[in-house]
Design a protein around this ligand. Structure first.
Ligand code: FE2
Ligand code: FE2
Length: 203
């Protein structure tokens, strides 16, 4: 990462994600359906996030002059891969089935990442900032709901929310708001993300 590219906050990989409680036992009960929805949408979102960063890096990795931004995106992608591994594990344990839209989100995520990167470094940052803001708000709402239900998953979701906030701040520190057409791009991307969240929870 070059000096030009600042990170919002440290996102060191975490060794253990709520290894206790929720992860260690099956708890069929009145909350099981809602918990499955949460795991499904978070799993979908993290897969989509990885794909967005991959799409952006596919463009910037090919340009030697863009090594700085590429390294920055790689750092954030590693954070998403860590989040994804957590939800992958929950899905593998049978806590939720994956969304039927997974193949679409994967393709759309990559296309969104590559498309904004082709528009330039600031547009890529505008995309990151827009997406991470929606995810951060989504996780904050989930954390509150899980805390109110006394679910141990709340702690993991709360930590992931902080990571997403860090990604958003990183994108903002690297010129997201200076992208041409920032307001429109942000509105369109965020509407798409919110629709994907609603669909992935239910289907
Ligand atoms: Fe994430
Ligand atoms: Fe993120």
């Amino acid at each position: 990462m070059t000096d030009k590219h600042q990170t919002g906050r440290t996102q060191a990989p975490r060794a253990v994600d709520a290894a206790s409680g929720f992860f260690g036992r099956h708890r069929p009960g009145p909350n099981a359906k809602r918990l499955a929805e949460m795991i499904r949408v978070d799993h979908a979102g993290e897969y989509g996030a990885v794909q967005i960063y991959r799409g952006q890096r596919a463009v910037f990795d090919a340009l030697p002059a863009k090594k700085g931004v590429s390294d920055l995106l790689k750092h954030m992608e590693e954070g998403e891969a860590h989040h994804l591994a957590t939800f992958d594990r929950l899905v593998a344990e049978g806590r939720a089935r994956p969304t039927i839209f997974a193949p679409i989100w994967n393709a759309a995520g990559f296309a969104l990442g590559a498309g904004t990167a082709l528009m330039g470094e600031k547009a890529a940052m505008a995309c990151t900032s827009a997406v991470e803001e929606v995810i951060e708000q989504h996780y904050a709402a989930q954390a509150e709901e899980l805390e109110a239900a006394g679910e141990p998953l709340a702690e993991t979701v709360r930590r992931f929310r902080d990571d997403e906030l860090g990604h958003k701040e990183t994108a903002e520190a690297n010129g997201a708001a200076e992208a041409p057409g920032y307001g429109v791009m942000r509105a369109v991307i965020q509407a798409g993300c919110r629709a994907a969240i609603r669909l992935s929870e239910k289907f």
